[in-house]
Design a protein around this ligand. Sequence first.
Ligand code: AHR
Length: 350
Amino acid sequence: MGLFESIVNTPGIVDADWPLGQSKTMYKRLWTKAAALVPVLAAALVLGCRQEAVKESLIVGFSQIGAESAWRTCNTRSIQEAAAGAGVQLLFTNAEQKQENQIKAIRSFIAYQVDVIAFVPIVEDGWENVLEEAKNAGIPVLVTDRKIRVRDESLYAGYFGTDSVQEGREAGYFLLDKFQDRLESGKAIRIAELAGTVGSSPAQGRAEGFREIIAPYSQFEIVYSESGDFLRSKGYELMRLLLAKGPSFDVVYSHNDGMTLGALEAMKERGLDPGREVVIITIDAEQAAIDALKKGEVNCVIECNPQQGPDIIRLAKDLAAGRAVPRSAHAEEVVFSEGDDLSALPPRGY
Ligand code: AHR
């Protein structure tokens, strides 16, 4: 509309003084000017219509952290498919594992005046300033998959994702069950932990929930804990070094399947028999981890559900419509353990 106004009010056309009895040349000159403006007016009309169409569909700016795992790729696909299915325009950005890229992306969403901003925070801290900017711009923010830690909780509208603390607890419960006999004998059970990205909520929550469950049993000893950044390559490297330099261990508790798969590779290279000589617990439930569980190379797989797209888009629509969303909501998750009948389990899709 603004664009139309500026063209309609162009001096010499509407404001031109057209006295009766003007010479032919004068009219010709004016008509030539008007004719020259036809394409401009047409373009403005098209642009105006396009702007109206865009306004009608909801615009969500989404900042994803990257593509570090099969899990993450599935999470991205789920969000993109849900947006397309709901007719939501998704401005999608990939931060390539850098918080500064996420902050830039969020700033660009603010500049674009999207209806809702959603993002997966790579780490918990450092979001205050940019979320303040979104709040001042009146754009609601939905935090997804991973959590953030801010002093002012009003900086975001809500969180939807997985319950990392519970995932860690599930790993602890499995160990209690698995080592029931040994716990009674009092013999030490040595645990090597492959942790996720330092400062990220899943690394934090999975460590916390696990420790909460095993803490009352002094037989459990975490003899090693290093971050493998949720990467298969780092899982492999850490395990190679661990096997070369020690300490020795009875259990591997890995914060994601990517790192687990790398660690399994390193263990097999050293002639170890994972799942039998060493108990393996992993989180995510990628197809490759389920296959390893079926082969007996892994003992417990805790699902972390990446199919968050439909809920994220539903919540974004609620926010855009001015409806309140839950402060914190979790995706449903299950645990797969050795001995389970997995013959009818549908393909995981990631
Ligand atoms: O935030 C979820 C975690 O991030 C998944 O467990 C992992 O695979 C991903 O990198």
